[in-house]
Ligand binder design. Sequence first.
Ligand SMILES: NC(=O)c1ccc[n+]([C@@H]2O[C@H](COP(=O)([O-])OP(=O)(O)OC[C@H]3O[C@@H](n4cnc5c(N)ncnc54)[C@H](OP(=O)(O)O)[C@@H]3O)[C@@H](O)[C@H]2O)c1
Length: 288
Amino acid sequence: MENIRKKTVFITGISSGFGYLVTKMLLEKDYLVVGALRGGESRGKEIFAEQMDKINNKSLLFIDTHLDQTTSLNFCIEQVSQLLSGGIDILINNAGYGLLGPIEIQEETQIRLQFETNFFAPLFLIKKLLPLIRKRQGRILNLSSLVGFNVFPFYGTYSASKHAIESITEALYYELSEFNVQICAIEPGGFRTNFSASSKMGLLDHPEHRMYEKRIKRFNKFLNYVQEKIEKDPVIVTKKIIELCEAKKIPVRVRVGFEAHFNWILKKIMPDQLRIKIQDWLYKTFFF
Ligand SMILES: NC(=O)c1ccc[n+]([C@@H]2O[C@H](COP(=O)([O-])OP(=O)(O)OC[C@H]3O[C@@H](n4cnc5c(N)ncnc54)[C@H](OP(=O)(O)O)[C@@H]3O)[C@@H](O)[C@H]2O)c1
């Protein structure tokens, strides 16, 4: 592995969505990609069957990883460290999912798993792989979201995990710039991936929780509407990620899509109390 001069990438969540598309594009551009996915090599070879026929077998390597399980995460870190012992040019913390719905009905285990996957796994991957990233004066790309800087009802726990990723991204920017290691949080709006289908919700199994029933129905309608009418081609985000892999200098935050830009402007121009009142009215009147 050491004598291969290709640029090296380690990316999580390559089985679908942005992770899948980015991996395909990186292979086309002749990067060496190590990808983490549940199901490892056997699932990976199925998903990337077309690419495996075209590329040198050593350009795409798979690691079976359940990011919400400590043993699996540690095994993954060991494997990446061996496979890319010469250094990592780019770490892409992409994998993630949404735990949605009212916070009150979410189980403690669900909330912990949300943070294990969306926050602790990326954080520990960064911490443990930093020596290899520093070796190449590499970069770290963290998939955040527009809910990493703005908050919606029923997106609270997911949003908190993305706010946490935003915080460590900015802190690490200050801490790592001295070593020429760059870092960026990518903040997409809604894009058509498997995200909506794989989102989870709390349980309505407690009599107290029934009070949310009506709003959850409206929320599900809203999600269907978003899926049908708002979500855009994920290639837009994929291209942005590739740009961030190749640009000389990258910003600490990058917003992608109309909703992300719109929410950012709202937050910047409106006094907080006014914005919250308007958003509250909008959510109650039109959404949930
Ligand atoms: N799509 C959007 O509109 C949008 C907007 C803002 C931010 N994002 C963020 O973008 C990132 C990629 O999501 P996507 O939209 O591409 O969704 P996606 O198609 O559902 O892909 C998510 C990926 O994460 C993996 N994953 C989830 N939980 C995992 C776990 N515990 N262990 C290992 N792998 C796990 C999934 O693997 P499996 O196939 O095994 O489930 C899948 O490969 C996420 O961090 C998401 O929060 C998405």
